[in-house]
Structures are given as C-alpha cells and as structure tokens.
Design a protein around this ligand. Sequence first.
Ligand SMILES: Nc1nc2c(ncn2[C@@H]2O[C@H](COP(=O)(O)OP(=O)(O)OP(=O)(O)O)[C@@H](O)[C@H]2O)c(=O)[nH]1
Ligand SMILES: [Mg+2]
Length: 203
Amino acid sequence: MRVFDAEFIVGANSPEKFPKTNLPEFAFSGRSNVGKSSLLNTIVLRKNLAQVSSKPGRTRQINFYNIENKYIFADMPGFGYASVSKEERQTWVELNTKYFKGRENLVLVCLLVDSRIEPQKTDLAQIELLENLMKNYVIVLTKTDKVGENSLKKLIKEYEFLLQYCNFVVELLPFSAITRRGRDELIAIIKKFAEKWNQMKSK
Ligand SMILES: Nc1nc2c(ncn2[C@@H]2O[C@H](COP(=O)(O)OP(=O)(O)OP(=O)(O)O)[C@@H](O)[C@H]2O)c(=O)[nH]1
Ligand SMILES: [Mg+2]
C-alpha cells in the first residue's frame, strides 16, 4: 500500500486564515470523535499526521494538509459534542457554514457518521446544509470493525431511505481505520473528483 506525502499547512479558525490554493480540496466533516483524524491518517498511512483525540471535541479549527501537491485535505472541527458551550457551538456553526459556502476549490465533502449508531439530528442537519449548498458529498460509515455485518446492512438501508430525495450524495461507504476497509475505494473517489476538477480548470 502506498504512503502519501503529506504536510500540514495551517490551522484556521476564521476564513481569513484559510490557505489560498488552486488545488482541489476535500473536507472531512463529522461529529466529535467519529474518526475524522484517524481516517486522514489511514488514507495517507501516516500515524500522526492528524492528531487523534483522546478526548472528544478537541479540534476547534480547520486543519489544512497538502497531499502530494495534488490535493488539499481539510480536517473539520467535530460537532455535536454535548459538553460544548452555546457560544462555542455558535462559533462552530459560523465557521462551518462560512467554509462550505465560500470555499471555491472544495470539490467533495466526506461526511463521517458512526456506523454503530442511528443517524443523529446533527448529521442530518449537515446533510441538509450540503444539499442546500449543492456540494457533492460521500457518507463514510466509520468504525465498522466494531459492528456486525447485519447491523451495518440495516443502517445502510436506513440511510438510503433518508437520502432518497438527496441529489448530491455520491456514495455510502463503510470504513475502518483499524482494518482499512474502504480506504482504496475512498482514494479512488478522491482521485476521480480531483481529475474532474483539473479538467474543468484547464478548459
Ligand atoms: N475501533 C475503531 N476506533 C476508531 C476508528 N477510528 C477512530 N477510532 C477511535 O475513535 C476515537 C476518536 O478518533 P479521532 O480520529 O480522533 O476522531 P475525530 O473525529 O478526529 O475527533 P475530533 O477531532 O475530536 O472531532 C479515537 O479513540 C480513535 O482511536 C475505527 O475505525 N475503529
Ligand atoms: Mg480530529
């Protein structure tokens, strides 16, 4: 399996600090503790590129990474963590919305959801936002090493039902940072979207 060159660019807590770049960007979003940083590390096969939290809700900024000078990955702050104050939640909503609305080179969002639990209100709100903004997204079901195949199938059916009128969902992808299930598929999707973006840019 190939290890990717990857370099941290910047952590940004406001739009002025977002890096200026012409590369296609991929955002990794999802509730606190769902496994965003672990997924990033699994994709690039580096243990500590993105910091895995011992406590949920620790990432408060968007962390940008340059991957092989081909892609930008944005590790989004986690949402939905119960003990976060109202003000902090509001700050999160603002940063999140500004990012998705204004980021022109954003080609695909990977929305991570926990495969062990029912779809959560906050996940559905994020789906609604992406649909409204007409952003393509993949729903990644994380931590599948912790769930039986039957429950996983049931959950996928439930998501399919919820997503039946959604137009911008690209795929529902089971994933595990432990077994690396879904890694190759996700890389293939990322490559495809990056190619499309590059073709559009060169016209
Ligand atoms: N079993 C299992 N555990 C996982 C997997 N992915 C992440 N974890 C664990 O889940 C916890 C949270 O993982 P992170 O990658 O830090 O999650 P995050 O979404 O980046 O968290 P925040 O940045 O706080 O929002 C850690 O204890 C990880 O080791 C997985 O695929 N399988
Ligand atoms: Mg994280």
